[in-house]
Design a protein around this ligand. Structure first.
Ligand SMILES: Nc1ncnc2c1ncn2[C@@H]1O[C@H](COP(=O)(O)OP(=O)(O)OP(=O)(O)O)[C@@H](O)[C@H]1O
Ligand SMILES: [Mg+2]
Length: 223
């Protein structure tokens, strides 16, 4: 069966003289699997996600998502592959302040050409499930935790086959972190969707099928 993520012999370094962040990293994530990525600040977690998203190419090795090797696609094809199959929660939310929370959530559905009425219904449901008040006229006024939850709703709006999330519970209190974890870790079973989630929280990581720990010494361990 096709893997959600297949990384083989991936080495990545920024600049010729720097130490590689990863050397010969192999990672195979199945289509219904959840994997947590842990590791101290600077160990390369966000970089790993960027490689998975095809946002940049590894120095050596291959990265395939849902059976497609990023290296074989043009930048336009990579954008289309992401839009059709991937949901992304960036570490710092990356929301547009001038839009309402719901408009932010709906943006990927506009790019994907989804029926606007269906998308709106799903967007409202997602925000409700994540307990975000949808009344705000501007995303600029919502709290840090609400921003994070809006970013997760936006990642899920197109029913992606792979969700990649960079510290999605980082600015949430315990209760909201649990609501968020419930939603994310239900995805493999409820939507047949793979999940790669960076977290500093042991409690969150323990809910994943597997934990990948990156270390700054460029050695990787898996449990
Ligand atoms: N575009 C870049 N050019 C040069 N160096 C980079 C670039 N992006 C990241 N780095 C370096 O690579 C290392 C890993 O960065 P990365 O953002 O992947 O860490 P991280 O594990 O996500 O950390 P954090 O937990 O703080 O988010 C850092 O030392 C960072 O300075
Ligand atoms: Mg990071």
């Amino acid at each position: 069966m096709t893997s959600a993520i297949l990384m083989s012999a991936v080495t990545h370094q920024f600049g010729k003289r720097s130490t590689p962040l990863f050397e010969g990293l192999d990672l195979d994530v199945a289509t219904h699997e959840s994997v947590a990525v842990m590791g101290e600040s600077g160990s390369g977690k966000s970089t790993l996600l960027s490689l998975v998203l095809g946002l940049f190419a590894p120095t050596h090795g291959q990265v395939s998502v849902l059976g497609t090797d990023w290296a074989e696609l043009s930048s336009r094809q990579r954008a289309a592959h992401r839009s059709a199959h991937l949901g992304v929660v960036f570490q710092f939310g990356e929301l547009i302040d001038d839009l309402t929370p719901l408009e932010n959530v709906l943006l990927p559905s506009v790019w994907a050409g989804t029926d606007p009425t269906d998308a709106r219904t799903r967007g409202e449901e997602l925000l409700e499930r994540l307990q975000v008040r949808t009344g705000a006229q501007s995303t600029a006024v919502v709290s840090g935790g609400e921003r994070q939850r809006i970013a997760v709703a936006r990642a899920l709006i197109n029913s992606p086959q792979l969700v990649v999330a960079d510290e999605p519970t980082g600015s949430l209190d315990e209760r909201n972190a649990e609501v968020m974890s419930d939603l994310l870790f239900d995805l493999p079973a409820s939507q047949g969707c793979a999940l790669l989630v960076v977290t500093h929280s042991r409690a969150v990581a323990e809910r994943a099928d597997r934990v990948l720990t990156l270390s700054t010494a460029a050695t990787e361990g898996e449990r």
